[in-house]
Design a protein around this ligand. Structure first.
Ligand code: SAM
Length: 258
């Protein structure tokens, strides 16, 4: 947000929520921007220490939703019951290679790292300032990297997934290996999700899984059109729909078995 945007938002908060709320929110904003980045090693240590002995899939997912320390969290932008079902599928697959499009808060990336094999390669792509979440600031890079277990490799690509050079970079990192699990949760426009599928699905091995987030019909103003693409392709594959409530107006996960 630029200075003008910040000023506008501040006036809005003072008008609608009062000066007390504004003072609280602005203090937390300054804390997030200036202090939190310095605390990365502490947060990372705490995160690892707390998750160390959690092995059960449900407990790992629950932990990711509830972890909070020094005002920091890694809450996934997901519905708990839905992502838990997907997490169980991924855990059963024990992927050696995971590719994620849409890192955001790092929540899903965190549990992919826990559920993948101990020597897995994990690649997560996110476009700084991208639509449908806005990416993540640079200071979070060392934190997300620290999600990796000792023998895992974690690559964070802060780039547009639709850019052919991003695909080239992914192929370079894979060094001929195929992807076991591809999670598509980046650009949710029809064109965007179609492009991600067309570019990255060929990297997935036979027997692997591709999952799409947000297959439920969203209100048009959100710009989310994943359902349109999902309904076009799902019948070409053995597939599964993990949806808590078809009227929930967001989320919903579509799984393709390759
Ligand atoms: C809904 S969020 C991802 C949520 C995350 N997977 C989770 O469940 O917590 C979508 C992310 O996709 C990113 N994004 C949007 N368009 C993109 C693009 N063309 N390339 C890469 N990332 C993109 C946004 O920056 C945003 O952070």
């Amino acid at each position: 947000m630029g200075n003008k945007g910040l000023l506008k938002r501040s006036i809005e908060i003072i008008k609608t929520e009062g000066i007390g709320t504004f003072a609280k929110k602005s203090t937390f904003y300054v804390y997030r921007k200036t202090v939190l980045p310095i605390l990365v090693p502490v947060i990372s240590y705490k995160l690892k220490k707390e998750v160390e002995n959690i092995k059960d899939v449900e407990d790992v997912v629950r932990f990711t939703f509830t972890f909070k320390y020094l005002g920091f969290n890694i809450k996934p932008l997901q519905i708990f019951e839905e992502i838990l079902e997907l997490a169980k599928l991924v855990s059963g697959l024990e992927p050696k290679v995971v590719l994620e499009i849409g890192t955001a808060n790092g929540g899903t990336l965190f549990f992919w790292s826990r559920l993948a094999s101990d020597d897995a390669t994990l690649i997560s792509i996110d476009l700084p300032g991208g639509l449908f979440g806005g990416g993540y600031p640079l200071w979070k890079v060392p934190l997300y990297r620290s999600f990796a277990k000792p023998h895992q490799k974690m690559y964070l690509l802060r780039a547009n997934s639709h850019d052919p050079t991003t695909l080239e970079k992914v192929k370079e990192l894979l060094r001929g290996k195929q992807v076991d699990f591809l999670f598509i949760d980046g650009d949710h426009t029809y064109k965007g999700v179609k492009r991600d599928f067309e570019m990255y699905a060929p990297l997935v091995r036979k027997g692997g899984i591709i999952a799409f987030h947000d297959i439920v019909l969203h209100p048009p103003e959100t710009g989310c059109e994943v359902n349109k693409f999902w309904n076009e392709i799902k019948h070409n594959f053995r597939h599964e729909e993990i949806v808590k409530d078809w009227d929930q107006k967001w989320a919903g996960i579509g799984v393709l078995y390759i």
